[in-house]
Design a protein around this ligand. Sequence first.
Ligand SMILES: NC(=O)c1ccc[n+]([C@@H]2O[C@H](COP(=O)([O-])OP(=O)(O)OC[C@H]3O[C@@H](n4cnc5c(N)ncnc54)[C@H](O)[C@@H]3O)[C@@H](O)[C@H]2O)c1
Length: 253
Amino acid sequence: MRKLDGKTVFITGGLSGIGKACALNAALEGANVAVADLKGGEMEATMEELKKLNSKAIFMDCDVSDFKQVHEAIQKVISSFGTLDVALNNAGIGGEAGRVGELSEQSWLKVIGVNLNCVFTCMRHELEIMLKQKNGVIVNMSSILGKVGFAGSSHYTAAKHAVLGLTQTAALEYATEGIRINAICPGFIETPLLTKAGIEGDAAIKQMIVDKHPMNRLGKSEEVAKGFIFLASEDSSFITGTALEIDGGYLAV
Ligand SMILES: NC(=O)c1ccc[n+]([C@@H]2O[C@H](COP(=O)([O-])OP(=O)(O)OC[C@H]3O[C@@H](n4cnc5c(N)ncnc54)[C@H](O)[C@@H]3O)[C@@H](O)[C@H]2O)c1
């Protein structure tokens, strides 16, 4: 028996990096995977990989910052599979770097919009279904930067801190209704997000970031996916409202 046999797993931002690794690992564990992401990039290759793992996988072209599109995506999950067992609210962006006194309002609103407001939007629709089912698991993607600051990224750290507050509060609200809600706090993970943020391409910056991890390396998406499968499965049946740190020791310092 695999850990997610026959379960329906909904993943936002599932075409790249951490989300993609979580989607593939969920499929390996027997889940039917519904990916919601912006169309393009690795869409065909990812869906092909999921199907090769015998997952009944569907893709939804969905901008998670659009309330109606998220509603339609969740409805599509239900019409395709009948249930929504696990949701991973993972879509996120890095945003422009800059100190608080220099950040543009537009940049602030964009990062808060995708990294925080969209998590609420997704939970809002997911919980409607899970409440009717009296069953479900939600995992929100926060970050080590949901627990500590990082100069130049106030919008990102503010959003990721708030995701933890949202996760804990919702966990309390639904604890007796069969719904578990947790978060993951990854350290710096080698994904396209780091490349876009200019970290992968700059040896000095990369080394500075590596040095912040006592294990002396960056993490891999696969390592975050293992934590996601734990939180998504019955292995974590008595865990709700927690934030799982997968960070090579970053927060232990
Ligand atoms: N890479 C890291 O070091 C790291 C560390 C901690 C937390 N995280 C978090 O993990 C999550 C995934 O990051 P990643 O590193 O895999 O990034 P990534 O850029 O590889 O993937 C992000 C995915 O989200 C999608 N996305 C972005 N905006 C969207 C929108 N409006 N609607 C739908 N989809 C959208 C993108 O298309 C992409 O497929 C993010 O929430 C990020 O903040 C990443």
